[in-house]
Design a protein around this ligand. Structure first.
Ligand SMILES: [Zn+2]
Length: 198
């Protein structure tokens, strides 16, 4: 789980998956294996990268982001705050950042304390004039999401979200992720079963 190294891959005619011919482990990330919460977060982060990145396309910024996430996860504890910052940073690096500081339709940015609607398929939050239906995103959740999306993984170590705010952010981010991938995320079930921070 999460071992980092140099892989030699070979294309196979007509097959989607590349054949792994060789793998030299540089860093084994053994610290991830002994803790089920950490294993679950690592599995989720890896699955998100796998599902969101276009196939056979080098994504150095995503690789560095994932690598830092796994290093911090290995050294610390499995924290929901780090996971939220990772999700939003990953989406940003893939050009999939949602509009959070302004309405995705009319562009109005004085959203203040009003409740917005969450329409990830339309690019993010929509103001009350542009959407009367859809999931409500409270001003607090919207502002926290905007703050998290600007954080580094180092900032995330000191961040603290209450349970409800984290749950609101988590739901919104998953809604966004699901507009970009087809089918279920298998690692999510794993995190649910682990309980704890997710
Ligand atoms: Zn609007």
């Amino acid at each position: 789980m999460g071992a980092e190294g140099q892989a030699a891959l070979r294309e196979r005619p007509g097959a989607d998956l590349l054949l792994l011919e060789e793998f030299d482990v540089r860093e084994a990330r053994l610290g991830l294996a002994g803790d089920m919460g950490k294993t679950a977060h690592a599995a989720y982060a890896l699955e998100l990268c796998d599902r969101l990145c276009p196939p056979r396309h080098a994504e150095p910024a995503v690789f560095d982001w994932l690598r830092e996430f796994l290093l911090r996860l290995e050294a610390g504890r499995a924290s929901a705050e780090r996971l939220r910052v990772f999700e939003l940073g990953l989406l940003g690096r893939l050009g999939l950042s949602p509009a959070l500081d302004r309405c995705a339709v009319c562009g109005r940015s004085d959203l203040g304390e009003e409740n917005t609607r969450w329409h990830p398929e339309q690019g993010g939050v929509l103001c009350a004039s542009c959407a009367r239906r859809g999931d409500i995103l409270s001003a607090t959740t919207r502002q926290v999401l905007a703050r998290l999306s600007r954080m580094s993984l180092d900032d995330a170590e000191a961040a603290s979200l209450d349970r409800d705010t984290n749950a609101g952010c988590r739901r919104a981010i998953l809604g966004l992720v699901r507009t970009h991938i087809a089918g279920p995320l298998r690692s999510l079930d794993f995190i649910e079963k682990m309980g704890g921070d997710r």
